[in-house]
Design a protein around this ligand. Structure first.
Ligand SMILES: Nc1ncnc2c1ncn2[C@@H]1O[C@H](COP(=O)(O)OP(=O)(O)OP(=O)(O)O)[C@@H](O)[C@H]1O
Length: 275
């Protein structure tokens, strides 16, 4: 398990991360969402061991982060840092040598559908995939990806999202950030919604969506047709009982499951911070 407890990070006097906590198990995908400047990249850099927190702790399988931990982490930075004058396989072989690992580079190229061309000749999506391939060379247990689908077309984004899901199914721990809710909704088991360095929500995606489900009830009472919106199953049951007692009848109940995007907007619009 990867556990993050009460992380704090300051840049000078500016507090970028103010008490973030979450946990992710093997086989789970956690999506970090939040506006620009919410503190997502800072949190991910702390997880990858690139910067040290000013407070709180990160525990990997019960242990504190140390340099050796880099062997179990694959970190994808927000911006690709590639060598244009190398072919994809030369670049990946170079990093396999640096990491001192034997990697199945042909298998990676095939899985990611990457041509072995000069990096300078690759599209933006392919370049992103080369960076992703580099994070997988040492077969890490934890993948920390900053905006893996940022700025890419829907087909490439989807193929990257599917790869993350597949890696989770193989038992990896995945933590990634994204602005496009569609991919988070598609692959995340858990989400952290960040705003101003704080978490407005941490928990299961299913629960978050479930908490925001709306029941639209159409009913008749005294011969009139009415409708009402309810938010809880219990509220719905109480309402149905009330209508029945008054001699009315429920005609239809429509369950409206919100999109993550709608839930996100209503959450970040809120002033108060939910622990
Ligand atoms: N090295 C730095 N020095 C000073 N301030 C920084 C530094 N890195 C980040 N910040 C500030 O910390 C805050 C959080 O930045 P961070 O990059 O973590 O946000 P983010 O959620 O990843 O944003 P984005 O979605 O734009 O990538 C921002 O206000 C940013 O300007």
């Amino acid at each position: 398990m990867l556990e993050v407890r009460n992380l704090f990070k300051r840049y000078g006097s500016f507090e970028a991360v103010k008490g973030i906590s979450f946990s992710v198990r093997r086989g789970e995908v956690l999506g970090l969402i939040g506006e620009n400047g919410a503190g997502k990249s800072t949190t991910l850099k702390i997880l990858a061991g690139l910067i040290r927190p000013d407070g709180g702790e990160v525990r990997y399988f019960g242990k504190d982060f140390d340099e050796e931990m880099k062997r179990i982490i694959g970190y994808l930075p927000e911006i690709d840092a590639l060598y244009d004058n190398m072919t994809v396989s030369e670049y990946l072989n170079l990093f396999a040598d640096i990491y001192d690992v034997r990697a199945d580079i042909d298998g990676l190229l095939e899985r990611l559908n990457l041509p072995d061309k000069y990096i300078s000749d690759l599209s933006k999506g392919m370049r992103r995939k080369v960076s992703i391939a580099r994070t997988l060379l040492h077969d890490p247990e934890v993948l920390v990806y900053d905006e893996p689908t940022g700025g890419l077309d829907p087909t490439t984004s989807l193929s990257i999202a599917e790869l993350l899901r597949e890696l989770a199914e193989r038992g990896k721990i995945i933590v990634f950030s994204a602005h496009n809710m569609y991919y988070v909704e598609r692959i995340a088991d858990k989400v952290v919604v960040m705003k101003g360095g704080k978490a407005l929500y941490f928990g299961s995606l299913e629960e978050l969506i479930g908490q925001n489900t709306i029941y639209k009830v159409e009913y008749t009472i005294d011969g009139r047709k009415e409708s009402v919106k309810l938010f809880e199953v219990e509220e719905l049951l109480d309402f149905a009982e009330k209508v029945r007692k008054q001699g009315g009848k429920i005609i239809e109940i429509e369950r409206e499951v919100p999109r993550l995007e709608n839930v996100y907007f209503s959450l970040i619009g809120r002033k108060e911070i939910k622990a």
